[in-house]
Write a protein that binds this ligand. Sequence first.
Ligand SMILES: C[S@@+](CC[C@H](N)C(=O)[O-])C[C@H]1O[C@@H](n2cnc3c(N)ncnc32)[C@H](O)[C@@H]1O
Length: 275
Amino acid sequence: MASSSSLVLHRCWFLSSYQHLACPRISLRLTLNFNPVSAITAVVTSSTVKASSERCSSGHLGLRTSNRKSNQFLRRCSTNAFVVVNDEKYGNKQVISVTPCLYDYILANTREPEILRQLREETASMRGSQMQVSPDQAQLLAMLVQILKAERCIEVGVYTGYSSLAIALVLPESGHLVACERDAKSLEIAKKYYERAGVLHKVDVRYGLAADALKSMILNGEACSYDFAFVDAEKRMNQEYFELLLQLVKTGGLIVIDNVLWHGKVVDPMSLLSR
Ligand SMILES: C[S@@+](CC[C@H](N)C(=O)[O-])C[C@H]1O[C@@H](n2cnc3c(N)ncnc32)[C@H](O)[C@@H]1O
């Protein structure tokens, strides 16, 4: 796979919910200063924004700086979009946060294809609809697939198909997306929309446990043959999915994993203590 973009990293681990790319295997961390919508530098899930607002109103939200020494815990709420990170090593940086108002702006400027809007609206009243990626995230995924010129993709965790449809829509006619999902009811909706969008021929739906599907693909001789993978299923399995996908995704490909920062809990001392 040609790697014309600086984002095309050797089998990297992409933290899709925020601004950093982290590549554990090659110890590389990049600031992600792009978004499908121009002038936007941060991407946050809608559920994160909701959680932030709730915690703000109860006065418990704080944004931690990356300064480990002072372990500073800044208290910021919805009106302030900036956190100043004082850090000897990285220099003083202004890191943008996302307020509800700013997130509205992001959504208002996201180009969501009509078919995705219809799927999102059909899913909105369903149980689990908050699991769906947001329109800005879906367009970020689509853009990554296009930048990579990906032809062979994998999605782990399809739900009703919003993110997989965003990917399938930008794949070339010869493109192939393996879509792994264990919930038959959700898959029925996904398949209906693949068909409506005219991309059903590009999507290979695998009903069942995603790890089993990935293992059978490896046994089937498909190692190193995929360009792009998106992981968005049960989080405790992420390590296993990552290891399996490292075998399936070729050098120069991209593995994107959602919810890695888990609403900020990865640095919340209370969450760490309660584990
Ligand atoms: C967060 S949702 C996916 C949302 C989807 N990416 C979207 O944007 O609409 C997670 C999905 O993973 C599925 N899932 C969870 N564990 C799974 C497993 N072991 N194998 C396959 N699918 C699984 C759930 O049924 C659920 O539909």
